[in-house]
Write a protein that binds this ligand. Structure first.
Ligand code: N2P
Length: 435
């Protein structure tokens, strides 16, 4: 519903803009994840753009919940979005398929080049790992980043139970498990879990597993997910965090930012939630702004990406979404420091001086967590195998539910037909009686 409303609002904004005579250079089409930007940031950008360039801009803002939905609109639909926000392995795919325009940071006056001023060396290094042949930093600017892990309700789930991906198929949590409808982000951790022994014996590395699209691994993950399915309350794109706060679900496979949001929201309702990245390991992900090759307004797109890198805007985006900005400015970290938390080691991100910082560990993962996480990589053509497997696993659930709906609908229709026929018959016999 939310998605439909969002789509209608986006289209309506575009129609209004066109009806008011705005030409395309006055329109910026942004396609971002849902719940992924601070309040009023868009309107502030429009005002700032006018201030900086003297030109008007109207942002047409649309959202998606799944990387692949966004990709398909550009890859297959050639939609003319000016800025989009894919995750690492999708940036890799877009780079490989020539779908991105290089960034022209020289087009920004030095004084307002926040992209270069606030870049994080750690994130830039991670972006270089996206594609060893093409430097992703030349085509994208990181926005938010985090881990994939488990949100759980300690009233029903012990810390030990939640500390392993196997919690997904623990029979104790029948109909209480929420799974992010993001095939790659679920596949990776499950495969890491299934390959524990090989990892311990150094027969395979975490990073190698992130590129493992073999039939054998796909089958192993599929069978794990089929076992977990009895527990699944929902395959969700955006309602999981909400269901956790309402205690409808007690275990949710989710991203760290949704965890921060859910934990805070739940606390206000008197519900305790926790987040853990299981000991076996997981994925660390980065979402970045890119300009697709079908973009029409490269100038405004570049300014938009730059605005997102302004320190105060980064902090507002963090506070509004629960996610962690990729901004490397110390002030951004400083805004999150809270003595209530135990110190953690963030030297990998903010340099040697930052080895003992009191900050929410769900937001910024400790070095020890980062060391057991790896970056996902594009599978190219093999992606289709994953999508098919994912549909097979989810599909069975859908079909039993669908059957119930179909049978119920058929029963209602049959009853309605029977009633209508009976009443026609009655009327006809009354008519015949009168004659
Ligand atoms: C926020 C989506 C975050 C995307 N709704 C994580 N890659």
């Amino acid at each position: 519903m939310k998605k439909t409303i969002n789509f209608i609002l986006g289209v309506a904004a575009l129609l209004v803009a066109v009806a008011c005579g705005s030409d395309r250079s006055e329109i910026l089409k942004v396609y971002n994840w849902s719940d992924y930007i601070g309040e009023d940031v868009i309107s502030d950008f429009e005002a700032w753009y006018k201030e900086q360039t003297g030109e008007s801009i109207q942002v047409v803002y649309q959202t998606f919940d799944i990387n692949e939905t966004m990709l398909s609109k550009i890859e297959k639909g050639h939609e003319d979005y000016d800025v989009v926000c894919p995750s690492d392995y999708i940036i890799e795919r877009m780079l490989n398929n020539g779908l991105l325009l290089p960034l022209d940071l020289k087009a920004l006056p030095d004084s307002i080049n926040y992209i270069e001023q606030n870049a994080s060396p750690y994130i830039q290094k991670m972006f270089r790992e996206i594609n060893p042949e093409i430097d992703a930093n030349d085509y994208s600017v990181a926005y938010m980043w985090g881990t994939t892990g488990i949100i759980y309700n300690p009233k029903y789930v012990t810390d030990e139970e939640a500390a392993t991906w196997n919690v997904m198929r623990n029979p104790k949590f029948k109909d209480k498990l929420l799974v992010k409808d993001a095939a790659r982000d679920v596949y990776g951790p499950v495969l890491i879990y299934l390959k524990q022994q090989e990892l311990k014996d150094s027969l395979v590395t975490l990073q190698e597993l992130m590129s493992d699209s073999s039939d054998e691994s796909l089958a192993a993950v599929e069978s794990f997910l089929r076992e977990a399915k009895d527990n699944v309350l929902g395959w969700e794109a955006d309602f999981g965090k909400d269901q956790m706060t309402k205690e409808l679900g007690v275990v949710s496979i989710n991203w760290s930012g949704d965890a921060v949001w859910a934990i805070e929201e739940a606390a206000e309702l008197g519900v305790e939630l926790r987040y853990v990245v299981p000991e076996e390991g997981s994925t660390v992900w980065f979402d970045g702004w890119v300009i697709p090759k079908y973009a029409h307004n490269v100038k405004a797109a570049t300014y938009f990406i730059d605005f997102m890198c302004r320190k105060d805007i980064a902090i507002r985006n963090m506070d509004g979404t629960g996610y962690v900005s990729a901004n490397g400015a110390y002030e951004v970290l400083e805004s999150q420091i809270d003595e209530e938390y135990d110190p953690i080691n963030l030297s990998y991100f903010f340099g040697e001086g930052a080895d003992s910082i009191c900050v929410n560990p769900t937001l910024y993962p400790d070095l020890a967590v980062i060391e057991r996480c790896a970056l996902e990589h594009d599978w190219g053509e093999d992606t289709d195998k994953l999508i098919e497997m994912w549909a097979r696993v989810k599909g069975d659930n859908a079909s039993s539910f669908t059957y119930v709906i179909i049978i119920a609908a058929a029963a209602i229709i049959a009853f309605a037909i029977y009633r209508a026929a009976a009443s026609r018959k009655k009327k006809a016999s009354r008519k015949a009686g009168r004659k």
